[in-house]
Design a protein around this ligand. Structure first.
Ligand code: URA
Length: 436
């Protein structure tokens, strides 16, 4: 096969055959197809799109380009969740132990934060001693003991995606629904799961800025996963304001622990419990979403979910005592309230500005190789619809450096808008997408 003929076919809007896609993806992974031809192909896909058949084939080829985690010795049904990422999105920390308590296994391979969206691994590494780099054998062993494990990529997981994602990043071809679908799903399905629930975030603080794009991505992912015999569901959830009241690393661990103890913010709990209930129904651990919700609440009320998280932390080499005494988690030197410039109802809270303020203080990274400051962050974030008086605190900034604090304040000054009329926030869960 001749690479440029295949590029030409996609450029002109034709569907590629499984053999042509195989030739391209295998060639790119083995380096017989150079970056410049793959870049041209990615751009052709960006403009011409792909059929569902092509997207499913691409996903399978990328998944099989590297190692697959062998979870076959785990008896429970295996199910995971993936979020397209948002500010304050700490759902994974609550969801893994909750679902594990209900009898499903959660083999969660997560990523680090990049840009304004935080990453689960950075949050978990706020816990002293917690190791995200387990071998496959350790990963499976932790899951057998406590039902869940949260780690970073092991071995060579979907290497075709690793290469292609880096290339897309520098060739303006990231925002392509088929390419995003194949990228996300190739990594998630390599975990050896039976079911997956997607949390597609929509809004100003999300990857998907328009509702239509969020919907198309959710539908494409559900369809591709279903074709690969996985139980699938997707939620489209609002990311026009941060989720919960904390953004950062250590501060998000604290908010998650509060949630597992029954004291989480309403929005965080609503999204978490809905995702968990859907996971449980997908793999038939419960008969209905309602039964799932009741079961989950039981494990919060009894303290079992919190204990399960502590057990997982200990199995990863972390110190579970810090989860009982939060002052032992990384703590910033400065805590500064940020006050309302005027009274009224909060009309908007820019997740983007909040996320940027966290990155600027060192809590996120702008390049993959940057390290993060686990202690800095923002807490007590006021929510859309809340009534405030001038001078009331809108949030608390946790900083380690006066200059960075000043920079964060400058960004946060653009984060809030106010209305004199009462404001009703958007529904948090906009839509649930199930297979046709
Ligand atoms: N996240 C991924 O893993 N891949 C994409 O293409 C976009 C977001």
């Amino acid at each position: 096969m001749i690479p440029q003929w295949i590029i030409e076919k996609k450029r002109d809007g034709e569907a590629l055959s499984p053999e042509e896609l195989k030739f391209f993806i295998e060639g790119y992974t083995k380096e017989s197809i150079p970056d410049y031809q793959m870049a041209a192909m990615a751009m052709a896909i960006y403009f011409q799109g792909m059929t569902l058949d092509e997207t499913a084939t691409l996903t399978e080829l990328m998944m099989n380009s590297g190692d697959l985690v062998d979870t076959s010795s785990i008896e429970q049904p295996k199910v995971d969740k993936h979020s397209t990422g948002g500010v304050g999105d700490k759902v994974s920390l609550l969801l893994a132990p909750l679902v594990a308590c209900c009898g499903a296994a959660v083999p969660m391979i997560s990523g680090r934060g990049l840009g304004i969206t935080g990453g689960t691994l950075d949050k978990m590494e706020s816990i002293p001693g917690y190791r995200v780099g387990l071998s496959d054998k350790e990963f499976v062993s932790v899951i057998k003991q406590c039902g869940c494990s949260m780690i970073g990529q092991t071995g060579q997981l979907a290497p075709a995606d690793k290469k292609l994602y880096a290339l897309r990043d520098v060739t303006a071809t990231v925002p392509s629904i088929p390419l995003i679908t194949a990228s996300i799903m190739s990594k998630k399905l390599a975990e050896g799961i039976d079911g997956l629930v997607m949390d597609v975030k929509w809004g100003k603080g999300a990857f998907m800025k328009t509702y239509e794009d969020a919907q198309t991505l959710a539908k494409t992912i559900v369809e591709v996963g279903t074709r690969m015999n996985k139980g699938m569901a997707a939620l489209i959830t609002d990311m026009n304001q941060p989720l919960g009241r904390a953004a950062g690393n250590s501060v998000e661990v604290i908010e998650s622990m509060a949630g597992l103890q029954g004291n989480g913010p309403d929005d965080l709990m609503e999204v978490t419990l809905e995702l968990c209930a859907r996971m449980l129904t997908l793999v038939n651990v419960v008969d209905s979403r309602e039964e799932g919700l009741a079961e989950l609440q039981k494990h919060i009320d009894s303290g079992a979910a919190f204990e399960r998280f502590k057990q997982m932390v200990e199995l990863h080499g972390g110190d579970p005592r810090v989860l009982d005494d939060w002052s032992k988690l990384p703590t910033a030197k400065i805590q500064s309230p940020f006050k309302a410039p005027r009274g009224g109802y909060i009309q908007a809270v820019s997740a983007e500005q909040v996320g940027r303020a966290v990155v600027l203080m060192g809590g996120g990274r702008s390049r993959t190789e940057d390290s993060v400051d686990h202690a800095v962050g923002i807490t007590d974030i006021a929510k859309i619809g809340q009534a405030v008086q001038a001078g009331d605190p809108l949030l608390t900034i946790h900083a380690n450096d006066e200059d960075k604090l000043a920079g964060a304040i400058e960004l946060l000054e653009k984060a809030f808008t106010f209305s004199d009329e009462a404001v009703t926030p958007e529904a948090l869960i906009k839509e649930v997408i199930l297979p046709d």
